[in-house]
Design a protein around this ligand. Sequence first.
Ligand code: GLN
Length: 381
Amino acid sequence: MNSVYASFGTTIFETMSRLAAERGAVNLGQGFPEDDGPRDILEAAARATLEGPNQYPPSRGLPELRQAVAAHYRAHQNEELDWQREVTITSGATEAIAAALLAFIEPGDEVVLFEPMYDAYLPMVRRAGGVARVVRLEAPHWRLERETVAAAFSAKTRVVVINTPHNPCAAVMSRAELEMLAELCRAHNAICVSDEVWEHVLFDGAEHVSMLEVMRERTLKIGSAGKMFSLTGWKVGFACSAPALMDAFAKAHQFLTFTTPPNLQRAVTYALSKPRSYFEEMSAAFQRSRDRLVGALEGEGFALLPARGAYFVSIDLVASGIAMSDEAFAKHAIEHGVATIPVSAFYANPNPPALVRLCSAKRDETLDRGAEALVRAKRAL
Ligand code: GLN
């Protein structure tokens, strides 16, 4: 086996979902909404499947979907994208990140990453031959500090991978943070791969700023229909960048998955026509779920970190009076009927803080049962 993959186990998401299923535990681990997205989008997919064609779409994606992606970002983020030259449809955001890294780096090039980070970044960087330069962000605000970020850049830096809103921290990067990063990217001739899959899941009036708006010429921005429409299993992603980056990206993508199922592409084209109110209501519903879970846990002495975007909240174990590692607590919690994600899975370096991530995108009754199980787990310590 390739040594990079040999050094990693099965993902924490797969592991925790399997344990939850085996034990019949409430699954607040892997991040997916309990309810599937809108019925009309599912019907659009069913119709598109039956009516066909179901043969290979163009490698960069169906023109109608690329036009819809460009129109969406024009309406929502005031971004002008040339759908023919600046948009490619991918089989999920993870594929887009892989294609970007494969396209942009040579073995030995340095890639700046921020930990905690989504678990796929590091193996993908290493498998592409990149050398990871990891900057640690600190709770509770997870801010990018210029000095530490600048120290991670060198003459070998080619790519910086960012994620806003952030999984698992639920932090949202400010325009000032993005501008600081942009300045460093320009000074070092680096490209920013900006994972913005949570761009529509924002709480308490938080505003999403796309890196594309801040640094148009050297950003590849990634979006996700799965996150926008609560259809995480569909794996339909969007990559957007200036033509030169997109040409390189499309070369990697054509040899990776080549294309993405046409029926899902047509259904997502339909979905992107949803009015602004759809996205506002979705965020509002996720915010209500977050508040319900946070309220239930805080009432029982758990300390939670602030969550401004993405449907995750983290328990701070130390502040909750739990003297255990996150992994040990996650194991203990599953015995008491609830699956969580130990946040150490998102760290490359030793001594991560003791946090466990909960997915709050669940029905009220599930959130209540999950919170009760966590309270039982805490009392049993
Ligand atoms: N994005 C999901 C999460 O953070 C996991 C996706 C996966 O399991 N690959 O939980």
